[in-house]
Design a protein around this ligand. Structure first.
Ligand code: FAD
Length: 472
């Protein structure tokens, strides 16, 4: 021991939530310490999540598009893969962003500390790094942004390098001949997209009766149709019951009515959810305890039960998404600086970056059914979109859910190319309390995929001319 440091605001965790909170707090005049065990900012999102997955998905998209071009009379040869260069693209993308964050921290005079942080008193965090002296950071306020980690399945062979989580899969050590993806949620399906494009025979097994479980079934249907062709096999309502490490592969057994026979795989990717990192940070020293799922309860100011402790991002609950963490980070920093900020979004968009992409925001039909919320919908099929057909794609759909009385937009769902970009307009519509006319009378450029939002609203209003208006 030990160097003692005193700051206004301490942030534990340097992911999108944590660095945003630290930077905003510094911009509002606070002295800030930011602690992360990685020695590099960006957390899961930049280092082993959002960004590396999108860098690889971009390359997968090139391979798929080149293969598709054969349908239109343009044939390319079989792709030759240079895995070092592929990893290089991903690593260069990540390091450009993380280096940028380091620079921004320095410019803002945010003090960075590398090591595992643990609260030892209501106003003190100790930071331990192997081979270095323990440091104590005293603070007036703290923001916990420790994120989450991948859930492990206890019955899979422990420590077998052929069993991976998403972070390992993104390292792209090799392209296995036979890959099993356990979990058909967003992360599992994105990784299935990458590895199938690179040449693996991919099998996906999902416990529930639908891929991408939170999305509405009509948005998932086009994806299922396409992935039944591109993947080796796709099972829903099937679980993995056992796995045995053999020299020639991992022998996996399945359970469920439609379960296949035990099958050998060269690698297995487990993507069955994530748990909050709230267990080993000394919450009890702060007088706090997590809920039964491990999340730290917070109010709309992202304040915990202890007034001077805030929590943001994955560690506070669903949806575990980077953009939610970022907004929460700003709110916490602003509240600490005395501003009247709140985290009370009307809608948080979700995107699955498969091909086609699936995106939704605000109310879904599933949620409306669960909560008994009345709604009506307008649906525009992309088989009538000039732009989508020009791109050689007809499988997409855009739908708007609206309040039957006020006709204001309650939610938007899209399946199709670039749905992740298009959903932003739907999100703005929900946030601004826009109604059907606001969408349909806004002139969208032609021919674009964005038109489908206005056309879905026209379907609802019965003013559509590109198709017959639906019978009322
Ligand atoms: P994190 O990013 O998890 O950062 C927390 C940081 O705290 C980590 O660096 C961790 O090492 C550090 N830490 C934890 N405990 C301690 C401690 N005791 N001491 C010091 N440091 C500590 N979200 C999207 O919105 N879009 C996407 O496309 C997307 N894709 C994803 C793809 C994958 C493969 C994965 C795994 C996730 C993806 N996510 C995506 C989710 C997204 O990464 C998370 O929601 C986001 O990173 C959460 O941010 P956070 O700030 O809460 O925490």
């Amino acid at each position: 021991m030990n160097e003692t440091i005193q700051v206004d605001t301490l942030v534990l965790g340097g992911g999108p939530g944590g660095y945003t909170a630290a930077f905003r707090a510094a911009d509002l005049g606070q002295s800030v310490a930011l602690v992360d065990s990685r020695g590099i900012l960006g957390g899961v999102c930049l280092n082993e999540g959002c960004i590396p997955s999108k860098a690889l998905l971009h390359l997968a998209g090139i391979i798929d598009e080149a293969a598709e071009a054969g349908r239109f009379g343009i044939s390319f040869g079989k792709p030759e893969l240079d895995l070092d260069a592929i990893r290089g693209h991903k690593e260069k993308t990540v390091s450009a962003l993380t280096r940028g964050l380091g620079g921004l921290a320095r410019q803002r005079k945010v003090q960075l500390f590398t090591g595992a942080g643990r609260f030892t008193a209501p106003d003190c965090l100790s930071v331990i790094k192997e081979g270095e002296e323990e440091r104590e950071i005293y603070f007036s306020r703290a923001i916990i942004a420790t994120g989450s980690h991948a859930v492990k399945l206890p019955f899979l062979p422990a420590d077998d390098p052929r069993i991976m989580d998403a972070a390992r899969a993104l390292e792209l050590e090799d392209v296995p001949d036979r890959l099993l993806v356990i979990g058909g949620g967003i992360i599992g399906m994105e990784m299935a997209t990458v590895y199938s494009a690179l040449g693996s025979e991919v099998t996906v097994v999902e416990l529930t009766d639908q891929l991408i479980p939170p999305a509405d079934p009509d948005l998932v249907k086009p994806l299922v149709r396409m992935y039944k062709k591109r993947l080796k096999a796709l099972y829903t309502s099937v679980s993995v019951s056992a796995a045995e490490a053999k020299e020639e592969g991992i022998l996996v057994s399945f359970a469920g009515e439609k379960a296949p026979a035990p099958t050998l795989f060269d690698r297995v990717l487990v993507s069955v959810g994530r748990r909050p990192n709230s267990g080993e940070i000394g919450l009890e020293e702060l007088g706090l305890s997590p809920d039964e799922k491990g999340f730290i309860p917070v109010n709309e100011k992202r304040q915990t039960e202890m007034d001077h402790i805030y929590a943001i991002g994955d560690v506070t609950g669903q949806p575990m998404l980077a953009h939610k963490a970022v907004h929460e980070g700003k709110v916490a920093a602003e509240v600490i600086a005395g501003k009247a900020s709140e985290f009370s979004p009307s809608a948080i968009p979700s995107v699955c970056y498969t091909d086609p992409e699936i995106a939704w925001t605000g109310l879904t039909e599933k949620e409306a059914a669960e909560k008994g919320i009345p709604f009506e919908k307008g649906v525009f099929p992309w088989s009538a979109s000039g732009r989508s057909l020009s791109n050689g794609r007809s499988e997409g759909v855009t739908k708007v859910l609206y309040d039957p009385e006020s006709r204001s937009i309650l939610g938007v769902g899209i399946c199709g190319s670039n749905a992740g970009e298009l959903i932003a307009e739907g999100n703005l519509a929900v946030e601004m309390g826009a109604d059907l006319e606001d969408l349909s009378l806004t002139i969208h450029p032609h021919p674009t995929l964005s038109e489908t939002l206005a056309l879905a609203a026209e379907m609802a209003e019965g003013t559509i001319t590109d198709l017959l208006p639906p019978a009322k």
